[in-house]
Design a protein around this ligand. Structure first.
Ligand code: NAD
Ligand code: UFG
Length: 339
C-alpha cells in the first residue's frame, strides 16, 4: 500500500489523525502551508509516534508544486483537511474563503486524476445540514441553507466531489461530517492552537482558565433548550482521528460517494461544558451571559448510527475526558506551539 497524503496535516485534526494513522501502521505525507499551524506540530507528531514524517511546505492551491508531491511519492489516498475555517472571518472575507477552500480541492482532484489516485476522504462539517433539518442529523438528509460563506464552501466542495465521482467510476469519496471537535492528545503535547482570539468555545474556555483572557461570554441564554444555552455534539479529537483510520480502511474497498457523521450523538449545552471543565480540572472559568451570536443554531447533534454500522466506529471518550485533555494541553502549552 502507498502513502496517505494529509493535505493540511499539520493542523488540529490533521495532526491528531497523523498520529493515529502512524500508530496503525500507515505511512503518511503531510502537505501544509502553515497558514494556521506550525512546523512544531509536525515535530510533536514525530515525538509522539517515534516516526519521521515526510513533510512539504507549500500552498495546495499551487497545482504545479503540489504535483511534485504526487511525483515523488506513491500516494494511495488523500485526506483533505486543508481549509480556512473561521466562520466570522468567512463573512468578512468571503472571496478569500471561496478561493482557498475550493481551489485546494480542485488542485488535489487534478493531481489525483493525473497520477491515478482514486481515493479521497474529505473534512466536511455538520454545518452542511443548514438551518432547515431537524436534529439529530442523519446522512440522507438534504444539505440545507448555510448561514455563512465557510459553510457554503463545505456544501460546494461536497457537490464538487460528488460530481467528480459521477464522472469517474474509479473514484472513491468519503465525506466525513464532523460535529464539534474538542480535546487534545492525552500526552499534552498536541492540541488546538488558534491564532489570535479564539472563535470556538473550548479554546476560549481554556484560555480564560489559564489567565490569557479575562472571562468567557456565553452567547445567549434564551434559546429553546433545556437550560437556555445552545447545545452541540462535542467529540474528542482523538476519537475523531480514529474515525479517519476507519475511513481509510473503508475508502479502499469502495467506489462512489459515502457520507458519515462523526459525532457522539449526545448534545451538551454551553453551561454544561463550563461546569464540567471547572469540576474536572478544579479551575474556575469566570463567565458572563451575553447576546446571541448571529448565525448560531440552538442545537446541532448527530445520529451517529451509520458510522457504527458501516465503519465499526464509535466514540469512546467522555465529556470529562475532553475537558481534562483540553486543559492538560493548555496548561502545559499556555502559548500553544510558540512555547
Ligand atoms: P486547522 O486550521 O487546524 O487545519 C487546517 C490546516 O490546513 C492548517 O494546518 C492550515 O495551515 C492548512 N491549510 C489551509 N489552507 C491551506 C493551503 N491553501 N495550502 C496548504 N495548507 C493549507 O483546522 P482543523 O480544525 O484541523 O480542521 C481541519 C478541517 O476540518 C478543515 O477543513 C475544517 O474546515 C474542517 N472542520 C473543522 C471543524 C472544527 O471545528 N475544527 C469542524 C468541522 C469541519
Ligand atoms: N460559544 C460561546 N462563547 C464563545 C464561543 C462559543 O457561548 O466565546 C458558544 C456558541 O454560541 C455555541 C457553542 O459555544 O453555542 C459552540 O460554539 P463554537 O464556535 O465552538 O462551535 P460552533 O458550533 O458554532 O461551530 C462549529 C465549527 C464550525 C462549524 C459549525 C457548524 O467550529 O466550523 O460548528 O457545524 F461550521
Amino acid at each position: 500500500m502507498g502513502k496517505i497524503l494529509l493535505a493540511g496535516g499539520a493542523g488540529y485534526i490533521g495532526g491528531h489523525t497523523a498520529v493515529e494513522l502512524l500508530e496503525a501502521g500507515y505511512d503518511v505525507v503531510i502537505v501544509d502551508n502553515y497558514s494556521n499551524s506550525s512546523p512544531e506540530a509536525v515535530r510533536r507528531i514525530e515525538e509522539i509516534t517515534g516516526k519521521s514524517v515526510t513533510t512539504y511546505e507549500l500552498d495546495i492551491k499551487d497545482t504545479d508544486k503540489l504535483e511534485n508531491v504526487f511525483k515523488d511519492n506513491d500516494i494511495s489516498a488523500v485526506i483533505h483537511f486543508a481549509g480556512l475555517k473561521a466562520v466570522g472571518e468567512s463573512v468578512a472575507k468571503p472571496v478569500m474563503y471561496y478561493r482557498n477552500n475550493i481551489d485546494t480541492t480542485l488542485s488535489l482532484l487534478e493531481c489525483m486524476s493525473k497520477y491515478g489516485v482514486h481515493n479521497i476522504i474529505f473534512s466536511s462539517s455538520a454545518t452542511v445540514y443548514g438551518e432547515e433539518n431537524p436534529v439529530p442529523y442523519t446522512e440522507e438528509m438534504k444539505r440545507g441553507t448555510c448561514t455563512n460563506p465557510y459553510g457554503w464552501t463545505k456544501v460546494m466542495m461536497e457537490q464538487i466531489l460528488e460530481d467528480a465521482s459521477k464522472a469517474d467510476a474509479e473514484l472513491s469519496v468519503v465525506l466525513l461530517r464532523y460535529f464539534n471537535p474538542i480535546g487534545a492528545h492525552p500526552s499534552g503535547r498536541m492540541g488546538e492552537d488558534p491564532q489570535g482570539i479564539p472563535n470556538n468555545l473550548m479554546p476560549y474556555v481554556s484560555q480564560v482558565a489559564v489567565g490569557r483572557r479575562e472571562k468567557l461570554t456565553i452567547f445567549g441564554k434564551d434559546y429553546d433548550t433545556p437550560d437556555g444555552t445552545c447545545r452541540r455534539d462535542y467529540i474528542h479529537v482523538v476519537d475523531l482521528a480514529k474515525g479517519h483510520v476507519k475511513a481509510v480502511d473503508y475508502v479502499f474497498g469502495h467506489k462512489g460517494v459515502e457520507v458519515f457523521n462523526l459525532g457522539t450523538g449526545t448534545p451538551y449545552s454551553v453551561t454544561e461544558i463550563v461546569d464540567t471543565f471547572e469540576k474536572v480540572n478544579g479551575v474556575p472559568v469566570p463567565h458572563v451571559y451575553g447576546e446571541r451570536r448571529p448565525g448560531d443554531l440552538p442545537e446541532s447533534y448527530a445520529n451517529a448510527d451509520k458510522a457504527l454500522r458501516v465503519l465499526g466506529w464509535k466514540t469512546e471518550k467522555t465529556l470529562a475526558d475532553m475537558c481534562r485533555d483540553s486543559w492538560n494541553w493548555q496548561k502545559n502549552n499556555p502559548n500553544g506551539y510558540n512555547k
